[in-house]
Design a protein around this ligand. Structure first.
Ligand code: SF4
Ligand code: SF4
Length: 181
């Protein structure tokens, strides 16, 4: 269901608070060299990242009933995310988004979408192993790709083996070579 003015305002407010927090955290991570990857390419609107939005949470939200209930209430009532599954191993809540049209692959409230939707897949540049959906047209590549590729070549790795490692280690910016066939 399309966002009305109240939900739009609440989402804008939450986004503004979280944006500030996130930009400070990210600036510190970049400063300490903890952003390992660069992102290139653009969105092809495949909609894959909207099919089952997934949110990792901390121990407090996962284990404290009241916090968990408030968190899930906010996701359902404000963000339009309905809980469909959980993954206790990684403390993940897995949702179905009521704004997503699986036929057109469009978001009915794109202008007021939450920060996590705006941040994907840039957020993956801070992960140890960034895993993009196969359908995603962005490409993730290691900031130290040139040096790593040179080291592999120096070690005698070439041909198919080199191509395989380039893919696995995120060493190429070429969208075709970065994906599994
Ligand atoms: S709010 Fe919009 S952008 Fe975010 S998951 Fe739902 S459909 Fe996708
Ligand atoms: S998975 Fe990637 S290409 Fe597809 S909609 Fe999401 S960001 Fe865009």
């Amino acid at each position: 269901m399309r966002d009305g003015p109240i939900r739009t305002f609440l989402k804008w407010f939450a986004r503004s608070v979280k944006s500030f927090d996130l930009s400070v955290t990210r600036a510190l991570l970049v400063r300490h060299g903890e952003q390992r990857y660069r992102l290139s390419g653009s969105c092809n609107s495949c909609g894959k990242c909207c099919e089952t939005p997934t949110i990792p949470v901390g121990r407090a939200v996962w284990f404290v009933r009241t916090l968990r209930a408030i968190f899930l209430w906010w996701q359902r009532v404000v963000n339009g995310f309905e809980l469909i599954d959980t993954d206790p191993r990684f403390k993940l809540f897995i949702f179905k988004c009521t704004h997503f049209d699986p036929v057109t692959k469009q978001c009915d409230s794109y202008e007021s979408r939450p920060l996590m939707c705006r941040d994907y897949p840039y957020n993956l540049t801070f992960q140890a192993v960034p895993s993009l959906f196969p359908e995603c047209s962005y490409v993730m590549h290691d900031k130290k790709a040139e040096g790593l590729r040179a080291a592999l070549k120096k070690a005698g790795v070439e041909g198919e083996k080199l191509a395989e490692l380039e893919k696995k280690l995120f060493l190429t910016k070429d969208p075709e070579r970065a994906r599994d066939e």
